[in-house]
Design a protein around this ligand. Structure first.
Ligand SMILES: *Cc1c(COP(=O)(O)O)cnc(C)c1O
Length: 388
């Protein structure tokens, strides 16, 4: 069937992601709003307690974004001007922006083309006497080899601030990401596997780090007794509201089922795409990890060199069929601001190719099996109609 013949979809629009918020959570939010206390309070404490239990009892504090969480992680690790922080350029730009925010220098290394995560061999080669910390990114929720990562960190005495923004519920050797490691940063942005609308959480090694993070979170303030207040470090304004925390709390009991459903949908995607025209043309599929990944996204690599259509063109065709898609992510080092710091094309070939070709297809727990079939049919038709 030609793709123009079906360009007018009469099915409801399928976004690339959509949060699932249950009625109990909506009622809970209304209760918070009526309670007279709507910013950080009992709901934040309850959410932090639930998160700490989830992460094996490690101390946890929440923040108003995953970006704030990462930045506070860097500050806790003592990263400052003159320090180098190694990460990858295939991430949401927040990962690198926070390095600049604390005055340090981002050092990018290329990704492994299979996992699309930081190449650990290149990571070790990029370490210099100025290197202070590593920010590994778990793209689409797939963790890196944590044994190797922490082996490198310990050998070179480096702090690790894990950008686990996408990895809520992912595991390594049966343990949850966040339940092991150094500082571990999560995001609860609306698109993440667990959401508090906006928000984030940082997992610490000890209560001292958690207390310092509380100061960074709110103007450096420490309160004692009824009227005592002091400020001994510079802090900002990064606290989560009780309304947001109540949304996050309401998501917690569903996380395992959400992630299990994502996994089922991915299996269906892989089975349905296998042997089809898109794969025959070279459509690249994600690393099929059904043990550790929480499948935050389902991302394919478009075989653009064998197609007469651009990625934007594919997205437009999908949209005409009522299907949303996304780009996660253009290479950070090729953005104007990063080019002005000296980065350029040709430095990280796998990242650059993936930044040009990756397309995120719809994946969220409330999707139906028929939705997957519809997306696969569309991808196959568009590729077949535009083969060189
Ligand atoms: C979402 C995300 C962030 C930032 O989280 P926000 O809550 O949007 O500030 C950072 N890194 C990665 C990889 C992300 O996906």
């Amino acid at each position: 069937m030609s793709d123009s013949a079906t360009s007018q979809s009469n099915q409801p629009f399928l976004p690339f992601t959509r949060p699932s918020i249950d009625d109990a959570t909506i009622a809970g939010v209304a209760e918070v709003l009526r309670s007279g206390w709507i910013t950080s309070g009992p709901q934040v404490q309850a959410f932090e307690k639930a998160l700490s239990e989830f992460f094996g009892g490690r101390p946890v504090r929440t923040f108003n974004s995953g970006t704030a969480t990462l930045e506070i992680g860097l500050r806790l690790a003592g990263v400052q001007g003159g320090d180098e922080v190694i990460t990858t350029s295939l991430s949401w730009v927040a990962t690198a922006n926070v390095i600049l925010e604390v005055g340090a220098t981002p050092v990018f290394v290329d990704v492994d083309p299979v996992t699309r995560n930081i190449d650990l061999d290149l990571l070790e080669k990029a370490i210099t006497p100025k290197t202070r910390a590593i920010i590994p990114v778990y793209l689409a929720g797939l963790p890196v080899d944590m044994d190797r990562l922490y082996g490198i960190a310990h050998r070179h005495n480096l702090r690790v601030i894990e950008d686990a923004a996408q990895a809520m519920g992912s595991t390594w050797r049966g343990k949850r990401i966040g339940a092991l490691g150094d500082l571990v940063s999560f995001s609860f942005h609306a698109n993440k596997n667990l959401t508090s609308i906006e928000g984030g959480a940082l997992v610490f090694n000890n209560e001292d780090e958690a207390r310092l993070a509380e100061k960074y979170r709110l103007q450096g303030v420490t309160r004692t007794g009824f009227d005592g207040m002091d400020v001994d470090v510079l802090g900002g304004k990064f606290n989560l509201t009780d309304v947001a925390a109540r949304v996050g709390l309401g998501q917690m009991p569903h996380l395992a089922a959400f992630n299990a459903r994502r996994k089922e949908l991915v299996r269906l995607y892989l089975d349905t795409l296998a042997g089809g025209p898109a794969v025959a043309l070279g459509l690249g599929l994600p690393h099929a990890d059904f043990t550790n990944s929480n499948w935050h996204m389902f991302q394919v690599e478009l075989p653009l060199e064998r197609l007469t259509i651009t990625r934007a063109g594919v997205m437009e065709k999908l949209k005409a069929r009522g299907i949303g898609s996304g780009v996660h992510y253009p290479a950070i080092h090729l953005f104007t601001m990063y080019r002005s710091l000296g980065f350029h094309e040709g430095q990280f070939p796998h990242t650059e190719r993936l930044g040009r070709t990756l397309l995120t297809l719809p994946l969220f727990p409330a999707m139906t099996n028929a939705d997957v079939a519809r997306v696969c049919e569309a991808v196959n038709a568009i590729c077949a109609d535009h083969r060189k």
